[in-house]
Design a protein around this ligand. Structure first.
Ligand code: UDP
Ligand code: MN
Length: 473
């Protein structure tokens, strides 16, 4: 106990001065010695404060300390931060590294405000990197994945997490290239979101150093094969809710590029803003349904032009990995994404909530694909749901004419047929050999368009802002 030792020494030396004085002189001597005592005490305290601060600023935080710090910071350390006194100093010196939690807590108690920020900043960084794939964008150029770096005029805003998180597509990409060119406000949204998420440029060198020191703990060994998720979407009151729900599901999946393709003539800044906010690497494009199908009174080929646009994009930009058609309104267990990455040609699995049978699935008999179970067969060779299959990119590229037909009810069948030649035993059977359900064909209740806001009555209120966030047909 260094501080304690010094304290006692000073005390005993001053008392020896006292005992040597006499009479009225002894009063003066007493006053002087009290003054001296106080001066020495304050000076020593200050020196210890400075020394301790210096010591703490040089000490790196290990991930475990940082993690535990988060749990504690709201309670004891917060109160302790008011104990800016020699006692807390003594306590801090006394608590050694064999109790990491307490040490970190005490650190907060005895460092300046900027040091507290440093602790919180570094803990934020490390914890995020564990659970999230692409959270903290920086503007560096994309390194790997053909998809990301493909187009010539294709400018990509790349997201990388501060620590090499479980891989993002070629260190991850968000790009609203086409859309942002056509739409300046979408570009602005992208920039703003990037600004909001980017590690602040005002990070001090010591903060950067602290972040750097904990990096190696989280380095991923290698990147898994990339996933390309093609999501058709269209303008309606539920659109942003659907994309938000799907987006945050996809956020749990590493090395993924989300191709959001809207059935429209131009992009919608509200959609771009939503995608930016979610933070999954994405590309936002448009592909309107041909007029002749829009006009028809019969069933429409929903999402077909969008999906074919996605296929065209992949032929241009992707060389490997797997593609999956994920409608914006369906429900996905993230484990299906980890399984589909390794599909060699085509993979299939059950989809819940399809027709009266409640599920659509390949039938597996003696370990082999032996037909399909679905409430409506309709003469299809592949009576499967859109959510129930995925295709390898290399395999797709070997079939340059493969695409989805504008034929309501036969979209999946037509596309899978266009992948011929494809043998039944070349189809990978996922989700525990089709014994599990990991995707569902959910359907959202249709909502009426929001009625117009009375702008006179509600001028100068928040409702004016909210009103601009509503998607009206
Ligand atoms: N879709 C589209 N344009 C439309 C209708 C639908 O792009 O006019 C998209 C929709 O966002 C979804 C997919 O196509 O991702 C399938 O549409 P929907 O969910 O309405 O079809 P269902 O699941 O009922 O067969
Ligand atoms: Mn649907």
């Amino acid at each position: 106990m260094k501080g304690g030792g010094a304290y006692i020494n000073i005390g005993s030396s001053s008392s020896s001065i006292n005992s040597s004085g006499s009479g009225s002189g002894s009063k003066m001597t007493l006053g002087k010695s009290v003054k001296m005592y106080l001066t020495i005490f304050i000076a020593t305290t200050c020196i210890y404060m400075v020394l301790y601060q210096y010591h703490m600023s040089r000490e790196p935080f290990s991930p475990s300390e940082v993690g535990k710090h988060q749990e504690k910071s709201s309670s004891s350390s917060y109160i302790a931060s008011y104990l800016w006194s020699p006692i807390s100093l003594l306590m801090a010196n006394n608590l050694t590294s064999n109790n990491a939690t307490t040490t970190t807590t005490t650190t907060v108690a005895t460092t300046t405000v900027s040091n507290v920020d440093q602790v919180q900043e570094s803990s934020f960084g490390s914890i995020q990197s564990v659970s999230l794939a692409a959270t903290r964008p920086t503007l560096t150029s994309s390194s790997a994945s053909a998809s990301a770096s493909g187009g010539g005029a294709h400018k990509t805003a790349t997201t990388t997490s501060t620590t090499p998180a479980p891989a993002t597509i070629g260190s991850a990409v968000t790009a609203t290239t086409r859309s942002t060119k056509a739409n300046p406000s979408a570009k602005k949204a992208t920039a703003n979101a990037a600004k909001a998420l980017a590690p602040s440029t005002s990070m001090s060198q010591s903060q950067l150093d602290a972040a750097h020191k904990i990096q190696p703990t989280f380095v991923a060994a290698s990147q898994p094969p990339p996933l390309y998720i093609i999501t058709p979407t269209y303008r309606r009151p539920e659109q942003l809710a659907e994309l938000t729900r799907l987006g945050y599901t996809l956020k749990h999946v590493a090395n993924l590029l989300w191709l959001v393709i809207e059935d429209a003539n131009k992009t919608n800044p509200l959609v771009a803003h939503t995608l930016d906010r979610i933070g999954v690497p994405y590309e936002y494009m448009v592909a309107p349904m041909p007029e002749k199908y829009k006009q028809t009174k019969k069933a429409k080929p929903r999402g077909v032009s969008n999906r074919n646009r996605g296929l065209e994009y992949l032929r241009q930009h992707a060389t490997e990995g797997v593609l999956y058609f994920a409608d914006d309104d369906n429900t996905y267990d993230i484990s299906i994404f980890e399984q589909m990455r390794y599909i060699s040609k085509v993979g299939m699995w059950p989809v819940g909530l399809v027709t009266k049978t409640g599920v659509s699935s390949p039938i597996i008999r003696n370990g082999k694909l032996d037909g399909y179970y679905d409430g409506w067969i309709g003469g299809r060779k592949y009576p499967v749901d859109m959510a129930g299959f995925a295709v390898n990119i290399k395999f797709l590229r070997q079939r340059p004419h493969a695409q989805m037909p504008f034929k309501p009810g036969y979209e999946e069948d037509g596309f899978l047929r266009s992948l011929a030649p494809l043998d039944n035993n070349e189809i990978d059977l996922l989700a525990d050999e089709c014994r599990d359900i990991l995707t569902w064909h959910t359907q959202t209740k249709k909502n009426p368009p929001a009625q117009a806001l009375n702008k006179t009555r509600y001028s100068n209120t928040n409702l004016v802002h909210i009103d601009k966030l509503l998607v009206r047909p």
